[in-house]
Design a protein around this ligand. Structure first.
Ligand code: C2E
Ligand code: MG
Ligand code: MG
Length: 609
């Protein structure tokens, strides 16, 4: 469509006047002037022209030679000139373009954005400048800055001149610089700055959705030894392997960043249950069990992790990082190779036992205590044969508190007695509820505190709960610790025997960690021993622990006791304990302690190992 003569536009419109001779350039007859010869700047063309023509030729020669890609569009939207630099940049041979309509070029080369931009400016009849990623005729991509100006020649004729510049290098270096600002050079993982931004957005999202998230600070144990003995090159390669392994094994939604040195940080969003975090931490530990190989060196390394949770341990980036850091510190201090959750105000010295006691009392009244259940799995059949009820405290202010933190205080203050009664009641009711759902009966193991045994009428209370909830006492197992057997022996012996008579089983929890005489194993009516997870944890690396576990199993076998292995976290431990003839196991290898509904799901799907 012919677009001239155009009315004069508002002053805001940027116009550039061509030199005086330019108006002599016939708008529609530009083709003879832009011969390939001129585009290539042939001297001969200039020499054969008259004076105006000389000037024009000189002008065209300059255009032809400048290292800036230039294109000239007539008022009718036809290309009337393209210089050598334009061809070099876009790979479009200039002569092929001359006379072409801009619309047809846009449809013919939809990915060449220089034509789009020209067309846009032409339609708007406005100067314009832009930066975009475009395509050359040979399909190569490049970044381009284009500047289109409107030129009027005389009153009525208008040209568009497009100047195009390849800015790929600038864009790439800018990208590289910003990548370097947010990514770690060695591992290409996000860095601390990027992580903080991610955490900030995740916190906003979690606030809106009501979901939790976890921040995990992860530190390689004794990495310095690798650096010092094998050198920094191996150390660096090793860090790269670690980064890759973490990235591969975590979910796409999880963020893994490198804080620097041998410290990494993870953001685990969309957490619904605490045990999901535990399962992830276990997975990470598992990931590190496989040795790393770097430069012909096989390296075994453990990790320590500190965890803080939103909203329990903080509601902003700073406090979550700080609390994950103090949890990590605690993990490192308590022997490395494991994880610690930040324990919030419970960990601070300013919170008195009295405050905790008051909160715990409130928790019992206000039903902030919950039971989780950890499956016990038969080595023989691979199926779930029972569960252990494990107490959880979800305080609205202090967050999720694990039993190790509050059971000792509950014992000290005597609160464990009403709490223990609630646990028993709740666990028995749950066991019956599973049966009512048509699931096969499971053994229910309940932890009992020494304090509960000091109460008169314990047996009556237990039996009353069984009767009231409808649980067959033969399905109930009470877990006691060796320390109970150091108390008033005769009374304890009578109580345990009475319980046994009623069908209730007794197991010794954390077997091997107490200091009592082994004689009690014969003296008391014990049916099961549970080998403490501390022995199992180190049984693969420490021959003494392996020997101890073997001996404990052997003693238990000779005394015809059932053996439950606690804290099985991986296949090696599983196979080791299976070979020793243990009857059942508990541990993250199969499942952590989970809410009752999750146990129903596991049973329904018939999960076995
Ligand atoms: P426990 O009775 O020896 O319970 C086993 C503990 O080991 C549980 O910790 C369980 O979550 C953890 N565990 C299980 N499998 C693994 C594993 O593969 N790896 C690791 N690292 N840990 C594993 P939890 O739930 O924190 O309980 C700690 C202790 O608190 C219990 O040790 C028990 O002594 C006490 N406790 C829990 N609930 C009650 C309760 O209702 N009453 C009493 N009196 N004590 C309780
Ligand atoms: Mg136990
Ligand atoms: Mg135990």
């Amino acid at each position: 469509m012919a677009r001239h003569p155009r009315p004069h536009k508002a002053k805001s419109c940027k116009r550039t006047s061509l030199p005086s001779y330019a108006h002599k350039l016939p708008a529609t007859t530009a083709l003879p002037e832009t011969t390939p010869d001129m585009i290539s700047g042939g001297m001969a063309t200039v020499a054969t022209m008259g004076s105006d023509k000389d000037q024009l030729a000189l002008c065209l020669r300059v255009l032809a030679e400048i290292p800036l890609a230039v294109i000239l569009l007539s008022a009718q939207g036809h290309i009337i000139y393209a210089n050598k630099a334009f061809s070099t940049l876009t790979k479009f041979p200039a002569p092929d373009l001359i006379g072409k309509d801009i619309s047809s070029l846009v449809s013919q080369y939809p990915d060449a954005f220089c034509f789009h931009h020209l067309q846009e400016a032409f339609r708007a009849n406005k100067p314009s400048h832009k930066k975009y990623r475009s395509q050359k005729i040979n399909q190569d991509h490049y970044w381009e800055r284009s500047n289109i100006v409107l030129v009027e020649v005389g009153q009525e004729t208008h040209y568009l001149i497009g100047f195009f510049q390849d800015i790929t290098l600038q864009v790439q270096s800018k990208e590289l610089i910003s990548h370097m600002a947010f990514y770690d050079l060695l591992t290409d993982l996000p860095n601390r700055i990027f992580f903080s931004g991610e955490l900030e957005s995740a916190l906003k999202e979690s606030c809106a959705s009501g979901q939790k998230l976890a921040v995990v600070l992860l530190d390689l144990d004794r990495f310095k030894v690798i650096n010092d003995t094998l050198g920094h090159t191996v150390g660096d390669q090793f860090i790269q392997h670690v980064a890759k392994r973490l990235r591969t094994h975590l979910a796409p939604n999880d963020t893994v960043a490198r804080m620097g040195g041998d410290e990494f940080i993870l953001l685990l969003p969309y957490i619904r249950h605490f045990h999901e975090v535990v399962a992830k931490l276990q997975l990470i530990k598992e990931v590190f069990r496989e040795p790393f190989s770097s430069n012909n060196h096989i390296l075994h390394i453990n990790v320590s992790m500190g965890v803080s949770l939103f909203p329990e341990d903080g509601e902003d980036v700073h406090s979550l990082l700080k609390h994950a850091d103090s949890a990590l510190y605690e993990a490192k201090n308590s022997g490395r190779n494991h994880y610690k959750f930040f324990t919030n105000t419970l960990g601070s010295e300013t919170t008195s036992d009295f405050t905790i006691e008051m909160s715990l009392r409130k928790a019992l009244d206000q039903k902030h205590l919950r039971l989780y259940y950890q499956p016990q799995v038969s080595f023989q059949t691979g199926k779930i044969i029972g569960v252990e009820a494990l107490l959880r405290w979800e305080d609205p202010e202090m967050g999720f508190i694990m039993p190790d933190r509050f059971i000792p205080l509950a014992e000290e203050t005597g609160l464990i007695v009403p709490i223990g009664e609630w646990v028993l009641q709740e666990a028995c009711a749950q066991a019956v509820s599973w049966q009512k759902m048509g699931l096969s009966p499971l053994k229910m193991a309940v932890n009992m505190s020494v304090r509960q045994f000091q109460e008169p009428e314990l047996v009556e209370k237990v039996l009353a709960i069984c009767q009231q909830t409808g649980l067959d006492p033969f399905l109930l197992e009470l877990e006691i610790t060796e320390s109970l057997l150091l108390k008033d022996l005769n009374v304890i012996q009578m109580t345990l025997q009475w319980l046994k008579k009623k069908g209730i089983m007794i197991s010794i929890d954390d077997f091997g960690t107490g200091y009592s005489s082994l004689k009690y194993l014969r003296r008391f009516p014990i049916s099961t021993i549970k080998i403490d997870r501390s022995f199992i944890r180190d049984s693969q690396n420490n021959p003494d622990d392996a020997a101890l576990v073997t001996t404990l199993c052997s003693i238990a076998h000779h005394l015809n006791l059932h053996i439950v292995a606690e804290g099985i976290e991986n296949k090696e431990q599983y196979l080791f304990l299976k070979d020793l003839g243990c009857d059942a196991f508990q541990g993250f290898y199969f499942s952590a302690a989970v809410p009752a509904d999750d146990i129903s799901a596991l049973l329904r799907e018939g999960r076995c190992i």
